[in-house]
Write a protein that binds this ligand. Sequence first.
Ligand SMILES: [Zn+2]
Length: 79
Amino acid sequence: MRRKIYPYNGRRYLIDINPLSKVVHDLENEKKSCNIHKVIKPHVKMLDNQSQVNRFLLLNGDYSFCKCCLPEKYQYYNK
Ligand SMILES: [Zn+2]
């Protein structure tokens, strides 16, 4: 679910930029197993839409999609 408070600001996609995680989450399809609450604020980067996500992934390598909230993309990109 989207959260209006900082650092989420009601935006849809949460990027966990922790170098040990590097995962893209979709808060519209969030599952408990996403453990969004465990992503600390300095590691939260929020984006609004898929094209912003695509652009981010182009500029930043080694990211993957969360298998809980983005299972189709996870399977496509993590074969
Ligand atoms: Zn997720």
